[in-house]
Write a protein that binds this ligand. Structure first.
Ligand SMILES: Cc1cc2nc3c(=O)[nH]c(=O)nc-3n(C[C@H](O)[C@H](O)[C@H](O)COP(=O)(O)OP(=O)(O)OC[C@H]3O[C@@H](n4cnc5c(N)ncnc54)[C@H](O)[C@@H]3O)c2cc1C
Length: 411
C-alpha cells in the first residue's frame, strides 16, 4: 500500500529497497548478536567516553560491508567515485533506515555515508592531493571524518568563531577550540573552520577558511567526549588545536571563503535530520498501533478508545505531511533550486511532528513506554537533540521569515 500519489524514480526505489535489505541482513543481526555489548554501557564505552574498540570494529564492518555492496557511497558524486544519487535518494534512504531500524539498531547510522562522517559532496571542494590521500579509505568505509565548525562561543552565529590560522611559511598554524563535534571522538579526518583573514572575518565578509586535517596530526587533540542525557559516553567531542600546521593542499574550497562549505554541509544535515525525524516517528507510531490492538483495559483493547487512537491518527497525519515535505524539498534541490525556505520548513516541521509522535507513542504504552527495552525514550532523545543541532528551530524560523519578508511567499 502506498499513501503517495507519485512514484519515486525507479533507481531511488531500488536503492531504498536495497538499503532496507542491507539493514536487515548486516545491521540488525550485529545488534542482536552483541546485545551485552550494547546494553552494558561499561562495555559500550571506554573509560574516556569514546565508543569501545569492539563497537568501533562493528561500525567499521558495517561501513565496509555497505561500501562493498555499493550502498555506502551511492549519494556521493560520480566524479568522486560514488553512485551520483541525488538528495531525494539521500532523504528516502535515511528515512527508510530509521523507520526500519528504530533507535535500538543505531549502527544503521553507518550503512549510508553520513554527510559529515563519510565521503559526501563536501569532498568535491578538496584539492587533488587531498583526494589522492584520503578518498580511497573514506570511500571503502575504512576511515571516517568529522565536521568542526561550532565553538564554545559560536553556535547559531558561526561567524563568531575564534579559531585562527596564522600564516606560517607557505601554510598556516591553527590554534583554537571546537565543541559538539559529532563523530569527533573516533574520526580519522576533520574538516575544520578557522579565521584566515581577521579583518574580513570581523566585518563578516568572509575571511574564514576550511581545512581538511588528519586527527592524528601534531597539535590536534581530541580533548574530551561531551556526554549528553546522562550517558557515560558519547559521539560528540571537544577538540583543541595548538600550532596545528596546515598547508594549501588541505584547503576545502577557496581560501577565505570556507563559509560556503559550512552552509552547504549544514543543509545536507537538514535533509538527514528531517528524514531521521519522519523515520523514527513512523517507527514509534507503528509500535504504538501494535500495542494498542493487544493491550486491554476496562474489558477491551485500548485501541477502541478514541483517547488512544485519535492522538495516533493525528501523529500519522502530521508525519505524512512531513514526509511529503521531505520528498518535495529534496526534489527541488535535485532540480537545482536552492530551496532554502522549503528545506528549513521541512526540518522545523519534521522534528516537531517526530517528537510529538514519539511522545504520543510513549503515552499509549503507559509505563511500558518509559522502559529502556522499548527505546521510545531513546528515540525522543535523538530528536530532542535536533531541535538544536543543524539549525535550531528559532534559526530556521528566522530563515523562513526572512524569505517571506523578502517576497518569497510561494507555498
Ligand atoms: C548533538 C549535537 C551534535 C552537534 N554536532 C555538531 C557537529 O558535528 N559540528 C558542529 O560544528 N556543530 C555541531 N553541533 C553544534 C550545533 O550546530 C549548535 O548547537 C547549534 O548551531 C546551536 O548553537 P548553540 O548550541 O551554541 O546555541 P546558541 O547559538 O547559543 O543559541 C541558544 C539559543 O538561542 C537561540 N537563538 C540564537 N540566535 C537566535 C536568533 N537570532 N533568534 C532567535 N533565537 C535565537 C537558539 O535557537 C537557542 O535556542 C552539534 C550540536 C548538538 C546538540
Amino acid at each position: 500500500m502506498t499513501a503517495i500519489a507519485f512514484d519515486l524514480p525507479e533507481d531511488v526505489e531500488q536503492i531504498r529497497e536495497g538499503i532496507r535489505a542491507f539493514a536487515r541482513t548486516e545491521v540488525i543481526p550485529r545488534h542482536e548478536n552483541n546485545k551485552e555489548l550494547f546494553e552494558n554501557s561499561r562495555l559500550k564505552y571506554d573509560e574516556d567516553g569514546r565508543l569501545s574498540a569492539p563497537v568501533r570494529q562493528l561500525i567499521k564492518e558495517i561501513r565496509m560491508a555497505s561500501a562493498e555492496a555499493g550502498y555506502y557511497h551511492m549519494c556521493v558524486p560520480e566524479p568522486l567515485g560514488g553512485g551520483g544519487q541525488g538528495m531525494q535518494a539521500y532523504y528516502a534512504c535515511w528515512e527508510e533506515l530509521f523507520h526500519t531500524c528504530g533507535p535500538h539498531n543505531w549502527m544503521m547510522l553507518y550503512a549510508l555515508s553520513h554527510w559529515a562522517f563519510g565521503p559526501s559532496r563536501l569532498l568535491e571542494k578538496v584539492t587533488d592531493r587531498a583526494r589522492d590521500e584520503i578518498l580511497a579509505p573514506l570511500m571503502s568505509g575504512e576511515k571516517s571524518m568529522c565536521f568542526a565548525l561550532s565553538e564554545p562561543g559560536a553556535g547559531s552565529d558561526a561567524t563568531m568563531i575564534k579559531t585562527k590560522a596564522r600564516p606560517d611559511g607557505d601554510g598556516w598554524l591553527v590554534d583554537g577550540r571546537k565543541i559538539w563535534i559529532s563523530n569527533g571522538p573516533i574520526a580519522d579526518y576533520c574538516i575544520l573552520f578557522a579565521i584566515t583573514d581577521p579583518e574580513r572575518a570581523a566585518a563578516k565578509k568572509g575571511g574564514i577558511s576550511a581545512f581538511l586535517v588528519p586527527t592524528d596530526a601534531p597539535g590536534f587533540e581530541m580533548q574530551r567526549v561531551v556526554k549528553l542525557f546522562g550517558h557515560i559516553g558519547g559521539d560528540e567531542a571537544e577538540l583543541r588545536f595548538e600550532d596545528l600546521r596546515v598547508e594549501p593542499w588541505q584547503l576545502v574550497g577557496e581560501l577565505h571563503n570556507g563559509f560556503s562549505a559550512a552552509l552547504y554541509g549544514v543543509s545536507l544535515g537538514r535533509i538527514y535530520n528531517s528524514a531521521r525525524s519522519v523515520g523514527l516517528g513512523r517507527w514509534s507510531v507503528e509500535l504504538a498501533l501494535d500495542y494498542a490492538k493487544t493491550r486491554e483495559a476496562f474489558g477491551k483493547p485500548i485501541a477502541e478508545y478514541q483517547g488512544v487512537s485519535f492522538p495516533l491518527a493525528e501523529a500519522a497525519t502530521e508525519l505524512h505531511a512531513a514526509h511529503l515535505m521531505g520528498l518535495n524539498s529534496t526534489k527541488l534541490l535535485d532540480q537545482g533550486h536552492a530551496a532554502v525556505k522549503e528545506l528549513s520548513m521541512t526540518k522545523v516541521y519534521s522534528v516537531q511532528v517526530g517528537l510529538r509522535a514519539i511522545d504520543r507513542a510513549i503515552q499509549v504504552h503507559g509505563a511500558m513506554g518509559l522502559t529502556n527495552e522499548l527505546g521510545l525514550a531513546e528515540a525522543w532523545q535523538y530528536l530532542r537533540i535536533i531541535n538544536i543541532a543543524d539549525g535550531s528551530n528559532e534559526i530556521l524560523n528566522k530563515t523562513i521569515a526572512q524569505k517571506l519578508l523578502q517576497g518569497d511567499v510561494s507555498l
